[in-house]
Design a protein. Structure first.
Length: 333
């Protein structure tokens, strides 16, 4: 079925949201969509495209009153050329309103309709160039939005919809995912493509050392729990330095002082849920640990985060809540 085969949405503004990126990014996009719908639920509809509903399971929202305004579909399959066109439009969206670029964007959007939607029912394409944009432009009819919306604003708008309940352990998880012990310090090390993509910036030991010291100076920490998307590499790069640091701070380090948890132990959803039960956080410049800290179930958790957020990319606007503590980013090792 094409995006535009939505006659039941005639007469309302329908926003189509193809989820992009990993789980952290998808949660930002889903939160934005729900927030947009809540602003005017009688005249708006949203259609969300994704292979998984993990973003919604993590947010754990009571959306029953909104379900008649929402539709969930499998991922929108974009051919390679379409993905490249979308990426280019997001990257250069700031030029869209300039006369000499408007015609080019118009041609690209026409081509996207032809190769992805195959129908003229979609009237508007919205490319979110600023990672932290809080809102999308007004439109009439049906629109497709491509973007990430990395901002705390939408979470603040919808967080009251949370359902407070425990998260059961998944049969596929190798460790208990119920919760971390009280006063656990969660440290997130984002590796993967961050090791090769200098535009993001891989945070080095000096950043983590300052953050960990700050937490220990003001809080009583029971254990340091390190999460990473590549736990073996994280151990190789950081374990010795962390143990030396913690020995300096506490004069005692044993096998129980630091716990390492990686993607081999947990599903992404279970990992994120477990991280969110921490009491204190030293987060990476990653949407994954951002959501763990933002949704922490403890009361007003202490969160340490990097400044600037990225090494070579403009920082998403309003990505950092006002009560988080920012320390200088130190990239690389």
């Amino acid at each position: 079925m094409s995006l535009a085969q939505l006659s039941k949405y005639d007469g309302v503004n329908a926003l189509h949201v193809p989820l992009m990126g990993g789980l952290g990014n998808q949660i930002f996009q889903g939160a934005h969509a729900v927030s947009w719908l809540m602003d005017s639920p009688t005249s708006r509809r949203i259609v969300i495209y994704g292979e998984s509903d993990e973003w919604l399971k993590f947010l754990n929202l009571n959306i029953e009153p909104l379900l008649t305004k929402m539709e969930f579909r499998k991922s929108l399959e974009l051919p390679t050329i379409a993905r490249k066109l979308v990426g280019a439009c997001i990257r250069f969206a700031r030029f869209r309103k300039k006369p000499k670029f408007a015609f080019i964007f118009s041609l690209i959007e026409t081509l996207l309709v032809f190769i992805t939607i195959k129908d003229k029912g979609i009237e508007t394409f919205i490319f979110n160039q600023d990672l932290g944009d809080e809102n999308i432009p007004d439109f009439k009819g049906q629109a497709v939005v491509f973007g990430y919306f990395q901002t705390h604003v939408h979470w603040e708008r919808i967080k009251n919809l949370q359902i407070r309940e425990s998260h059961p352990k998944s049969d596929s998880d190798a460790v208990n995912t119920t919760e971390l012990e009280d006063n656990s310090l969660v440290v997130h090390i984002r590796l993967g493509d961050y090791l090769t993509e200098s535009k993001f910036g891989n945070l080095g030991i000096d950043y983590y050392a300052v953050g960990i010291r700050l937490v220990f100076q003001s809080r009583s920490v029971s254990r340091v729990v390190v999460f990473s998307d590549d736990i073996e590499t994280a151990k190789r790069l950081y374990d010795v330095s962390f143990r030396i640091l913690l020995n300096e701070i506490t004069n005692h380090v044993d096998s129980e002082t630091i716990q390492w948890i990686g993607s081999k132990d947990l599903s992404n959803l279970s990992c994120l849920r477990l991280m969110s039960t921490g009491s204190f956080f030293v987060v990476a410049n990653s949407s994954f640990s951002w959501w763990a800290a933002a949704k922490a179930e403890g009361k007003q958790p202490l969160v340490i985060c990097p400044n600037p957020w990225f090494q070579k990319i403009k920082e998403p606007r309003n990505i950092v809540p006002s009560d988080w503590i920012r320390i200088p980013s130190v990239f690389g090792r």
